[in-house]
Design a protein around this ligand. Structure first.
Ligand code: GDP
Ligand code: MN
Length: 361
Protein backbone atom coordinates (compact mmCIF):
# COMPACT_ATOMS: atom_id res chain seq x y z
CA UNK A 1 0.00 0.00 0.00
CA UNK A 2 1.30 3.43 -0.94
CA UNK A 3 1.51 6.01 1.80
CA UNK A 4 0.91 9.68 1.13
CA UNK A 5 3.89 12.04 1.24
CA UNK A 6 2.97 13.51 4.61
CA UNK A 7 2.41 10.07 6.15
CA UNK A 8 5.80 8.93 4.89
CA UNK A 9 7.43 12.13 6.15
CA UNK A 10 6.00 11.62 9.63
CA UNK A 11 7.59 8.17 9.69
CA UNK A 12 10.88 9.45 8.22
CA UNK A 13 11.04 12.22 10.83
CA UNK A 14 10.45 9.71 13.63
CA UNK A 15 13.50 7.81 12.37
CA UNK A 16 15.82 10.78 12.32
CA UNK A 17 15.45 11.92 8.72
CA UNK A 18 15.05 15.73 8.65
CA UNK A 19 11.94 16.89 6.79
CA UNK A 20 10.74 20.47 6.11
CA UNK A 21 8.34 21.97 8.66
CA UNK A 22 4.80 21.50 7.44
CA UNK A 23 1.12 20.97 8.11
CA UNK A 24 -1.77 19.30 6.33
CA UNK A 25 -4.87 21.26 5.33
CA UNK A 26 -8.20 20.03 3.98
CA UNK A 27 -9.59 23.37 2.76
CA UNK A 28 -8.38 26.81 1.71
CA UNK A 29 -10.13 28.43 4.68
CA UNK A 30 -8.16 26.19 6.99
CA UNK A 31 -5.00 27.66 5.46
CA UNK A 32 -6.32 31.22 5.82
CA UNK A 33 -6.66 30.69 9.57
CA UNK A 34 -2.97 29.77 9.81
CA UNK A 35 -1.55 32.47 7.52
CA UNK A 36 -0.07 34.61 10.34
CA UNK A 37 1.89 31.62 11.66
CA UNK A 38 3.29 30.61 8.28
CA UNK A 39 6.68 31.65 6.91
CA UNK A 40 6.56 34.43 4.26
CA UNK A 41 6.98 31.91 1.44
CA UNK A 42 5.79 28.32 1.38
CA UNK A 43 4.99 25.40 -0.92
CA UNK A 44 1.58 23.79 -1.43
CA UNK A 45 1.80 20.09 -2.27
CA UNK A 46 -1.24 18.08 -3.36
CA UNK A 47 -1.35 14.80 -1.42
CA UNK A 48 -2.14 12.39 -4.21
CA UNK A 49 -0.62 9.01 -4.93
CA UNK A 50 0.51 9.75 -8.46
CA UNK A 51 4.00 9.89 -9.92
CA UNK A 52 5.26 13.09 -11.56
CA UNK A 53 2.96 15.18 -9.41
CA UNK A 54 5.05 18.33 -9.75
CA UNK A 55 4.95 18.18 -13.55
CA UNK A 56 1.22 17.47 -13.46
CA UNK A 57 0.59 20.72 -11.59
CA UNK A 58 0.36 19.28 -8.10
CA UNK A 59 2.88 21.66 -6.52
CA UNK A 60 2.41 25.42 -6.20
CA UNK A 61 4.63 28.07 -4.68
CA UNK A 62 2.75 30.56 -2.51
CA UNK A 63 3.22 33.40 -0.05
CA UNK A 64 1.22 35.08 2.71
CA UNK A 65 -0.59 37.29 0.17
CA UNK A 66 -1.80 34.72 -2.34
CA UNK A 67 -1.69 31.58 -0.13
CA UNK A 68 -5.42 31.19 0.27
CA UNK A 69 -6.17 31.66 -3.45
CA UNK A 70 -3.38 29.32 -4.50
CA UNK A 71 -4.67 26.65 -2.09
CA UNK A 72 -8.21 27.05 -3.46
CA UNK A 73 -6.76 26.71 -6.97
CA UNK A 74 -4.96 23.48 -6.05
CA UNK A 75 -8.04 21.99 -4.35
CA UNK A 76 -9.95 22.64 -7.60
CA UNK A 77 -7.45 20.74 -9.70
CA UNK A 78 -7.37 17.05 -10.48
CA UNK A 79 -3.85 15.64 -10.70
CA UNK A 80 -3.75 12.92 -13.35
CA UNK A 81 -7.43 12.30 -12.69
CA UNK A 82 -7.11 12.24 -8.89
CA UNK A 83 -9.05 14.72 -6.74
CA UNK A 84 -7.03 16.78 -4.27
CA UNK A 85 -8.46 16.31 -0.76
CA UNK A 86 -5.40 17.20 1.29
CA UNK A 87 -2.56 19.64 0.78
CA UNK A 88 0.75 19.58 2.59
CA UNK A 89 1.84 23.15 3.33
CA UNK A 90 5.58 23.33 3.80
CA UNK A 91 8.23 25.94 4.40
CA UNK A 92 9.93 26.75 1.10
CA UNK A 93 13.49 25.46 1.03
CA UNK A 94 16.34 27.33 -0.59
CA UNK A 95 17.65 24.25 -2.36
CA UNK A 96 21.33 24.19 -3.27
CA UNK A 97 21.41 20.66 -4.67
CA UNK A 98 18.99 17.77 -5.31
CA UNK A 99 20.00 14.15 -4.74
CA UNK A 100 18.05 10.92 -5.10
CA UNK A 101 18.07 7.99 -2.68
CA UNK A 102 15.95 4.88 -2.64
CA UNK A 103 15.83 1.39 -1.21
CA UNK A 104 13.69 -1.28 -2.84
CA UNK A 105 13.18 -5.01 -2.61
CA UNK A 106 14.89 -6.75 -5.49
CA UNK A 107 12.71 -9.81 -5.97
CA UNK A 108 15.14 -11.75 -8.12
CA UNK A 109 18.17 -11.39 -5.86
CA UNK A 110 16.00 -11.33 -2.69
CA UNK A 111 18.08 -8.41 -1.48
CA UNK A 112 17.66 -4.74 -0.75
CA UNK A 113 18.63 -2.63 -3.75
CA UNK A 114 20.04 0.79 -2.85
CA UNK A 115 20.14 3.55 -5.44
CA UNK A 116 21.76 6.94 -5.13
CA UNK A 117 22.52 9.74 -7.56
CA UNK A 118 23.63 13.33 -7.24
CA UNK A 119 21.36 14.21 -10.19
CA UNK A 120 18.10 13.96 -8.24
CA UNK A 121 14.85 15.78 -8.90
CA UNK A 122 11.79 15.06 -10.94
CA UNK A 123 13.30 13.17 -13.84
CA UNK A 124 14.86 10.05 -12.33
CA UNK A 125 13.21 7.75 -14.91
CA UNK A 126 14.72 9.72 -17.80
CA UNK A 127 18.09 9.72 -16.07
CA UNK A 128 17.91 5.93 -15.67
CA UNK A 129 17.42 5.61 -19.43
CA UNK A 130 19.79 8.26 -20.68
CA UNK A 131 22.64 8.14 -18.19
CA UNK A 132 22.31 4.87 -16.25
CA UNK A 133 25.92 5.26 -15.06
CA UNK A 134 24.95 8.37 -13.10
CA UNK A 135 22.95 6.16 -10.73
CA UNK A 136 25.06 4.26 -8.23
CA UNK A 137 23.73 0.93 -6.98
CA UNK A 138 24.42 -1.47 -4.14
CA UNK A 139 22.74 -4.67 -3.02
CA UNK A 140 22.69 -6.01 0.49
CA UNK A 141 21.13 -9.07 2.11
CA UNK A 142 18.00 -8.15 4.08
CA UNK A 143 19.61 -9.97 6.99
CA UNK A 144 21.82 -6.95 7.70
CA UNK A 145 20.40 -4.29 9.97
CA UNK A 146 22.78 -1.59 8.73
CA UNK A 147 24.28 -0.69 5.40
CA UNK A 148 28.00 -1.54 5.53
CA UNK A 149 30.00 1.70 5.77
CA UNK A 150 32.10 1.04 2.67
CA UNK A 151 28.89 0.75 0.64
CA UNK A 152 27.59 4.06 1.95
CA UNK A 153 30.92 5.62 0.88
CA UNK A 154 30.70 4.07 -2.60
CA UNK A 155 27.09 5.17 -3.02
CA UNK A 156 27.71 8.75 -1.95
CA UNK A 157 30.88 9.33 -3.94
CA UNK A 158 31.65 13.03 -3.57
CA UNK A 159 28.22 13.91 -2.09
CA UNK A 160 28.21 15.40 1.44
CA UNK A 161 29.05 12.84 4.13
CA UNK A 162 26.02 13.82 6.24
CA UNK A 163 23.81 12.11 3.65
CA UNK A 164 25.24 8.81 4.90
CA UNK A 165 23.28 9.04 8.15
CA UNK A 166 20.12 9.66 6.11
CA UNK A 167 20.75 6.54 4.03
CA UNK A 168 21.17 4.50 7.23
CA UNK A 169 17.94 5.91 8.67
CA UNK A 170 16.13 5.29 5.40
CA UNK A 171 17.29 1.67 5.54
CA UNK A 172 15.99 1.44 9.13
CA UNK A 173 12.56 2.72 7.97
CA UNK A 174 12.63 0.29 5.06
CA UNK A 175 13.19 -2.65 7.43
CA UNK A 176 10.89 -1.79 10.32
CA UNK A 177 8.01 -0.70 8.07
CA UNK A 178 8.15 -3.86 5.88
CA UNK A 179 8.55 -1.58 2.87
CA UNK A 180 8.83 -2.59 -0.76
CA UNK A 181 10.14 0.89 -1.52
CA UNK A 182 11.45 3.79 0.55
CA UNK A 183 12.43 6.74 -1.62
CA UNK A 184 13.57 10.32 -1.20
CA UNK A 185 13.46 12.36 -4.39
CA UNK A 186 14.73 14.94 -4.03
CA UNK A 187 16.97 14.62 -1.02
CA UNK A 188 18.17 18.21 -0.83
CA UNK A 189 20.92 20.31 0.64
CA UNK A 190 20.26 23.89 1.76
CA UNK A 191 22.31 26.42 3.67
CA UNK A 192 20.59 25.21 6.85
CA UNK A 193 21.08 21.48 6.39
CA UNK A 194 19.82 18.45 4.47
CA UNK A 195 16.14 17.51 4.08
CA UNK A 196 13.91 14.89 2.54
CA UNK A 197 11.97 17.33 0.33
CA UNK A 198 9.74 14.50 -0.90
CA UNK A 199 8.98 11.07 0.55
CA UNK A 200 7.62 7.84 -0.82
CA UNK A 201 6.93 4.69 1.15
CA UNK A 202 5.20 1.57 -0.14
CA UNK A 203 4.31 -1.03 2.47
CA UNK A 204 4.22 -4.70 1.48
CA UNK A 205 0.52 -5.65 1.32
CA UNK A 206 1.34 -8.94 3.04
CA UNK A 207 2.64 -7.04 6.07
CA UNK A 208 -0.30 -4.66 6.55
CA UNK A 209 -1.61 -6.64 9.54
CA UNK A 210 1.77 -6.53 11.27
CA UNK A 211 1.97 -2.79 10.55
CA UNK A 212 -1.40 -2.20 12.22
CA UNK A 213 -3.05 -1.15 8.94
CA UNK A 214 -6.54 -2.62 8.79
CA UNK A 215 -7.65 -1.27 5.42
CA UNK A 216 -5.66 -1.39 2.20
CA UNK A 217 -6.57 1.95 0.61
CA UNK A 218 -5.09 1.00 -2.76
CA UNK A 219 -7.79 -1.60 -3.44
CA UNK A 220 -10.71 -0.75 -5.70
CA UNK A 221 -14.22 -1.27 -4.34
CA UNK A 222 -14.50 -4.57 -6.22
CA UNK A 223 -11.08 -5.74 -5.02
CA UNK A 224 -12.22 -5.03 -1.47
CA UNK A 225 -15.43 -7.00 -2.05
CA UNK A 226 -13.35 -9.87 -3.46
CA UNK A 227 -11.12 -9.85 -0.39
CA UNK A 228 -14.23 -10.20 1.80
CA UNK A 229 -15.20 -13.36 -0.06
CA UNK A 230 -11.63 -14.70 -0.02
CA UNK A 231 -11.24 -14.63 -3.82
CA UNK A 232 -7.88 -13.95 -5.42
CA UNK A 233 -8.92 -11.09 -7.67
CA UNK A 234 -6.93 -8.65 -9.76
CA UNK A 235 -8.37 -6.12 -12.20
CA UNK A 236 -6.81 -5.93 -15.66
CA UNK A 237 -7.39 -3.77 -18.71
CA UNK A 238 -9.34 -5.98 -21.13
CA UNK A 239 -13.03 -6.77 -21.61
CA UNK A 240 -13.28 -10.53 -21.02
CA UNK A 241 -14.14 -11.49 -17.44
CA UNK A 242 -12.40 -14.62 -16.16
CA UNK A 243 -13.37 -16.98 -13.35
CA UNK A 244 -11.39 -20.12 -12.65
CA UNK A 245 -10.53 -22.42 -9.79
CA UNK A 246 -6.89 -22.69 -8.88
CA UNK A 247 -4.29 -20.07 -9.79
CA UNK A 248 -2.77 -22.33 -12.45
CA UNK A 249 -5.99 -22.95 -14.36
CA UNK A 250 -6.99 -19.29 -14.09
CA UNK A 251 -3.58 -18.11 -15.37
CA UNK A 252 -3.75 -20.64 -18.19
CA UNK A 253 -7.14 -19.16 -19.13
CA UNK A 254 -5.63 -15.65 -19.24
CA UNK A 255 -2.76 -16.90 -21.39
CA UNK A 256 -5.15 -18.55 -23.80
CA UNK A 257 -7.22 -15.36 -24.10
CA UNK A 258 -4.08 -13.43 -25.06
CA UNK A 259 -3.04 -16.25 -27.42
CA UNK A 260 -6.32 -15.92 -29.33
CA UNK A 261 -5.96 -12.13 -29.48
CA UNK A 262 -8.31 -11.15 -26.65
CA UNK A 263 -7.72 -9.27 -23.41
CA UNK A 264 -8.80 -10.31 -19.92
CA UNK A 265 -10.63 -7.82 -17.71
CA UNK A 266 -9.59 -9.57 -14.53
CA UNK A 267 -8.14 -12.61 -12.80
CA UNK A 268 -10.49 -14.31 -10.34
CA UNK A 269 -9.64 -17.57 -8.61
CA UNK A 270 -12.64 -18.78 -6.58
CA UNK A 271 -10.42 -21.21 -4.69
CA UNK A 272 -11.04 -24.83 -3.83
CA UNK A 273 -14.42 -26.41 -3.04
CA UNK A 274 -16.49 -23.51 -4.38
CA UNK A 275 -20.21 -24.00 -3.72
CA UNK A 276 -23.24 -22.44 -5.41
CA UNK A 277 -23.15 -19.27 -3.28
CA UNK A 278 -19.43 -18.62 -3.85
CA UNK A 279 -19.78 -19.05 -7.59
CA UNK A 280 -22.79 -16.72 -7.62
CA UNK A 281 -20.83 -14.00 -5.77
CA UNK A 282 -17.85 -14.46 -8.10
CA UNK A 283 -19.99 -14.12 -11.23
CA UNK A 284 -21.80 -11.05 -9.87
CA UNK A 285 -18.53 -9.44 -8.82
CA UNK A 286 -16.93 -9.85 -12.25
CA UNK A 287 -20.14 -8.78 -14.02
CA UNK A 288 -20.32 -5.60 -11.91
CA UNK A 289 -17.24 -4.30 -13.73
CA UNK A 290 -18.69 -2.12 -16.52
CA UNK A 291 -15.79 -2.97 -18.84
CA UNK A 292 -16.67 -6.69 -18.81
CA UNK A 293 -18.57 -7.67 -21.99
CA UNK A 294 -18.44 -11.44 -21.70
CA UNK A 295 -17.39 -13.86 -18.95
CA UNK A 296 -15.49 -17.12 -19.29
CA UNK A 297 -16.00 -19.55 -16.42
CA UNK A 298 -13.37 -22.27 -16.51
CA UNK A 299 -13.77 -24.70 -13.63
CA UNK A 300 -12.56 -28.15 -12.90
CA UNK A 301 -14.85 -30.21 -10.69
CA UNK A 302 -13.07 -32.11 -7.96
CA UNK A 303 -14.39 -31.31 -4.53
CA UNK A 304 -16.20 -28.56 -6.43
CA UNK A 305 -19.31 -30.06 -8.03
CA UNK A 306 -20.23 -28.95 -11.53
CA UNK A 307 -23.97 -28.93 -10.75
CA UNK A 308 -23.35 -26.48 -7.84
CA UNK A 309 -21.31 -24.29 -10.17
CA UNK A 310 -24.10 -24.35 -12.76
CA UNK A 311 -26.67 -23.32 -10.13
CA UNK A 312 -24.35 -20.53 -8.99
CA UNK A 313 -23.99 -19.16 -12.52
CA UNK A 314 -27.73 -19.32 -13.16
CA UNK A 315 -28.69 -17.71 -9.85
CA UNK A 316 -26.26 -14.82 -10.44
CA UNK A 317 -28.73 -13.58 -13.09
CA UNK A 318 -26.34 -11.18 -14.82
CA UNK A 319 -26.80 -9.40 -18.14
CA UNK A 320 -23.51 -10.27 -19.90
CA UNK A 321 -23.16 -13.60 -21.71
CA UNK A 322 -21.38 -16.34 -19.75
CA UNK A 323 -19.40 -19.01 -21.59
CA UNK A 324 -18.76 -22.05 -19.47
CA UNK A 325 -16.25 -24.85 -19.50
CA UNK A 326 -16.91 -27.37 -16.76
CA UNK A 327 -15.28 -30.75 -16.34
CA UNK A 328 -15.24 -33.32 -13.57
CA UNK A 329 -17.59 -34.22 -10.72
CA UNK A 330 -21.29 -34.13 -11.74
CA UNK A 331 -20.38 -32.72 -15.14
CA UNK A 332 -23.45 -34.13 -16.93
CA UNK A 333 -25.85 -32.66 -14.36
CA UNK A 334 -24.13 -29.26 -14.61
CA UNK A 335 -24.38 -29.36 -18.38
CA UNK A 336 -28.10 -30.25 -18.25
CA UNK A 337 -28.85 -27.36 -15.86
CA UNK A 338 -26.93 -24.81 -17.91
CA UNK A 339 -28.42 -25.92 -21.23
CA UNK A 340 -31.90 -25.67 -19.66
CA UNK A 341 -31.22 -22.02 -18.82
CA UNK A 342 -29.79 -21.14 -22.22
CA UNK A 343 -26.06 -21.01 -21.34
CA UNK A 344 -23.32 -22.12 -23.69
CA UNK A 345 -21.22 -24.91 -22.28
CA UNK A 346 -18.07 -25.76 -24.16
CA UNK A 347 -16.33 -29.11 -24.38
CA UNK A 348 -12.84 -27.65 -23.95
CA UNK A 349 -11.06 -24.65 -22.56
CA UNK A 350 -9.83 -23.69 -26.06
CA UNK A 351 -13.40 -23.62 -27.40
CA UNK A 352 -14.66 -21.58 -24.45
CA UNK A 353 -11.92 -18.97 -24.76
CA UNK A 354 -12.22 -18.77 -28.53
CA UNK A 355 -15.98 -18.23 -28.24
CA UNK A 356 -15.41 -15.41 -25.74
CA UNK A 357 -12.76 -13.72 -27.90
CA UNK A 358 -15.08 -13.93 -30.90
CA UNK A 359 -18.01 -12.60 -28.88
CA UNK A 360 -16.20 -9.33 -28.11
CA UNK A 361 -14.60 -8.94 -31.54
P1 GDP B 1 6.94 15.10 -7.18
O1 GDP B 1 6.77 15.80 -8.49
O2 GDP B 1 5.67 14.43 -6.74
O3 GDP B 1 8.10 14.17 -7.15
O4 GDP B 1 7.16 16.25 -6.08
P2 GDP B 1 8.45 16.74 -5.25
O5 GDP B 1 8.06 16.97 -3.87
O6 GDP B 1 9.61 15.84 -5.48
O7 GDP B 1 8.74 18.17 -5.89
C1 GDP B 1 9.13 18.30 -7.26
C2 GDP B 1 10.14 19.40 -7.39
O8 GDP B 1 9.62 20.62 -6.90
C3 GDP B 1 11.42 19.16 -6.59
O9 GDP B 1 12.36 18.36 -7.27
C4 GDP B 1 11.91 20.56 -6.38
O10 GDP B 1 12.68 20.97 -7.48
C5 GDP B 1 10.65 21.39 -6.32
N1 GDP B 1 10.34 21.72 -4.92
C6 GDP B 1 9.58 21.03 -4.04
N2 GDP B 1 9.58 21.62 -2.82
C7 GDP B 1 10.39 22.71 -2.93
C8 GDP B 1 10.82 23.73 -2.03
O11 GDP B 1 10.49 23.76 -0.85
N3 GDP B 1 11.66 24.68 -2.53
C9 GDP B 1 12.06 24.67 -3.83
N4 GDP B 1 12.89 25.62 -4.26
N5 GDP B 1 11.69 23.74 -4.69
C10 GDP B 1 10.86 22.76 -4.26
MN1 MN C 1 9.60 13.72 -5.89
Amino acid sequence: MKLLEYEAKTIFAAHGIPVPKGMVIRSATELAAHIPDLPPEFVLKAQVEVGGRGKAGGILMADQEDGKDRAAELFDRTIRGVTVREILVEERLAITHEYYASIAVNRSSKQALLLFTDSGGVDIETLAQERPDAIRRASIPLLLNRIPSFMVRDLLGSAPKELGAILQNLYRVFLVKDALLAEINPLVTTSTGVYAADAKLIIDDNALGRQGITQNRDLTEREREAEKHGFSYVELCGDIGVIGNGAGLTMATLDLIEYYGGHAANFLDVGGGADQERVMHAVRLVAADPTVRVIVVNLLGGITRCDDVARGIISAGISQPVIVRLAGTNEAEGQRLLAGSGYQMMGSMEQAVLAAVEAVR
